[in-house]
Design a protein. Structure first.
Length: 151
């Protein structure tokens, strides 16, 4: 009876194919795609918000008729943005307000530069358009930085 047994070689199983991947790889791929979509959506939302704030600033300044009114409008927008980020900023005046505007910037644009016109430019009758243009860019950058900041 033992002589009737025929021994055969060991057959190796077929190697697993690379497709379709195991369920774990589908989960990993879906998490990566989901994270990429979320990052894209957040960046697009941040970009849309920044553009909306820039339009708000530009339209508000453009709606003022005289250079003096433009300076007053810029000052109002900066105050509102500052209060949004730092509630105590509404009480600052004069040089303290200009130094506060310069906090975090590389150069003193407000205390010693074009922003100096904010101190009395909204009340002068001789504010020039050149002064307003120089102030507007610095103020716009500060406004957008504060509006983008988290509370």
């Amino acid at each position: 009876m033992q002589n009737d047994l025929v021994l055969r070689d060991i057959h190796l199983p077929v190697a697993p194919s690379w497709w379709p991947p195991a369920p774990g790889w589908w989960i990993v791929a879906s998490v990566i795609v989901g994270a990429a979509l979320l990052a894209w959506w957040l960046a697009a939302r941040r970009r849309r918000k920044r553009l909306a704030m820039a339009r708000l600033f530009d339209n508000a300044v453009a709606s003022a008729q005289t250079p003096t009114a433009k300076v007053a409008r810029i000052s109002e927008l900066l105050r509102r943005a500052a209060i949004r980020v730092h509630p105590s900023a509404g009480q600052l005046q004069g040089d303290d307000w200009l130094r506060f505007l310069d906090n975090g910037s590389k150069s003193p644009l407000f205390a010693a530069g074009a922003g100096r016109v904010l101190q009395e430019g909204g009340f002068r009758t001789t504010t020039t358009q050149v002064e307003v243009d120089a102030l507007q860019q610095a103020a716009r950058d500060r406004f957008l930085a504060w509006m983008a900041a988290k509370r």
